[in-house]
Each structure stands twice: as structure tokens, then as C-alpha cells.
Write a protein that binds this ligand. Structure first.
Ligand SMILES: [Zn+2]
Length: 233
């Protein structure tokens, strides 16, 4: 069973994907949803909803079987790892390109945003020179009103591992620039990990670099997650 060509509507792609996964022995989930966000190819929400990129509707059975293995409870760690590699390499966005106005997406800009963005870009340049030898590429900043518990977040491309953007909570911006600078530096340590092809996490390498740049090495308000979400607080 397959789905070929671009004529299919997203609903059809989702239905086909679901049917194919079920046929391959997918365990039951509370819900199932697809999207075209390439920073999170596959995830299981706290409410037990399985979310995945719609482009997997075009994947061969080999890739879908890897997904089934990955999400099935009790799969051994090594098997999960190789299953993850298998489904991350499938070029989902070729088949289901991102929707410009994604639901997660583009928040309407607010008055004063431009000045904030200018200030953040300057801050990034300065911290880059001070702590990273100027080696870090400039990065896009996004201001999010949905981030309430998290202060900041780095999104990296799930496949290439390259940094995409740093998101900051609008609530956090009210804490003042000194606080924001700490958060930007924290995310820049993650950016440095990603640029250096290191795991983007809060492990020993992170803590060592965090101390070196003069920030608290603890993960601040880090939210745990179960899937290969390619974002880190
Ligand atoms: Zn972090």
C-alpha cells in the first residue's frame, strides 16, 4: 500500500499513514496526529498522542516498521537507536513541505518586537566574541507567547543537526535583560554543541562549557521528553 503523487490532501495522507502503521503492528495510542514541522519528526505528547510528520505517509514499509519498533514499549535501547536513525533519514519534507501558516507557527509580531530583535542580535554577536571566539553563525530569534514554563529553547534540524533558531518566552523578557542574557548564553552553549556535532543535552560537556562561559551549569526548567524532539531548553 502506498500513497504517491502530490494530489492527495493532508487528511488522506494522515489516514493512509495511520492505516499502514496499524497494519505493521503499531501499539494503541490515545490519539494520532500529523504535522509538517521538521524540528519534531516524531513525538508522543504528555497526553499520549502520537504525533509525526505527515511526509511519513510516503515512506517505505522499512521506515514505518522502524517507527513501530521505536514507539513500541519494551523495545531494547540499541534497537530503538537504530530504528531512530532509520526513520530520521527519510526525507519527509520532500513529500510534505511545511505549511507556511503552521498552527505552532508564526505569531503575529507586536509593537516593539523589532527593537527586541535588534538587541538580541547584538547580544548574540557580543557573547559570540566573548565566549566562542566569534565562531558561532548568527541565528534567528523567535519570541513565543506560548512558552510559559520554559525560558528559552534551541531548535535544531532533526536530520542535519544544524541549529535553526532560538526561541525565548515573551514572559521571560519581562524578567529584564540581565536574566535574558543568561538564557541566551545557555541556548548558545546548546548552539555550540549542535555546531560542533555534539549531543545537544545537559550532560558533562554542557556543564563544563556552561561553567567556562560563566553561567549556572544546571538545566533550568528543563522539561523531559520521550521522543526524538529536536528542541532543547
Ligand atoms: Zn538547556
Amino acid at each position: 500500500m502506498g500513497l504517491w503523487g502530490q494530489a492527495a490532501t493532508p487528511e488522506t495522507a494522515e489516514a493512509v499513514l495511520r492505516r499502514r502503521l496499524d497494519a505493521l503492528g503499531m501499539p494503541p495510542f490515545r490519539g494520532f496526529a500529523t504535522h509538517t514541522n521538521r524540528t519534531v519528526l516524531l513525538s508522543i505528547t504528555a497526553r499520549g498522542v502520537l504525533r509525526m510528520h505527515r511526509g511519513y505517509a510516503w515512506a517505505p514499509d522499512r521506515v514505518l516498521s522502524a517507527i513501530v519498533k521505536y514507539v513500541r514499549p519494551g523495545t531494547r535501547r540499541a534497537t530503538r537507536r537504530s530504528a531512530e536513525r532509520e526513520f530520521l533519514t527519510f526525507p519527509v519534507e520532500v513529500h510534505a513541505p511545511p505549511v507556511r501558516q503552521s498552527r505552532r507557527g508564526v505569531e503575529r509580531p507586536r509593537a516593539g518586537d523589532e527593537a527586541i530583535h535588534v538587541r538580541l542580535a547584538e547580544m548574540h554577536r557580543r557573547l559570540n566574541m566573548q565566549h566562542f571566539g566569534g565562531a558561532m553563525p548568527a541565528i534567528r530569534f523567535r519570541l513565543s507567547s506560548r512558552m510559559r514554563t520554559r525560558l528559552g529553547e534551541l531548535a535544531v534540524d532533526a536530520r542535519s543537526g544544524k541549529p535553526l533558531e532560538i526561541a525565548l518566552g515573551r514572559t521571560h523578557l519581562k524578567h529584564g535583560w540581565a536574566e535574558v542574557e543568561q538564557t541566551v548564553l545557555h541556548e548558545m552553549v546548546h548552539q555550540w554543541q549542535a555546531e560542533s556535532a555534539l549531543p545537544v543535552d545537559h550532560g558533562a560537556v554542557f556543564r563544563r562549557k556552561a561553567r567556562a562561559v560563566g553561567i549556572e551549569p544546571s538545566a533550568r526548567r528543563h522539561l523531559g521528553h520521550g521522543g526524538p524532539r529536536r528542541t532543547v531548553d
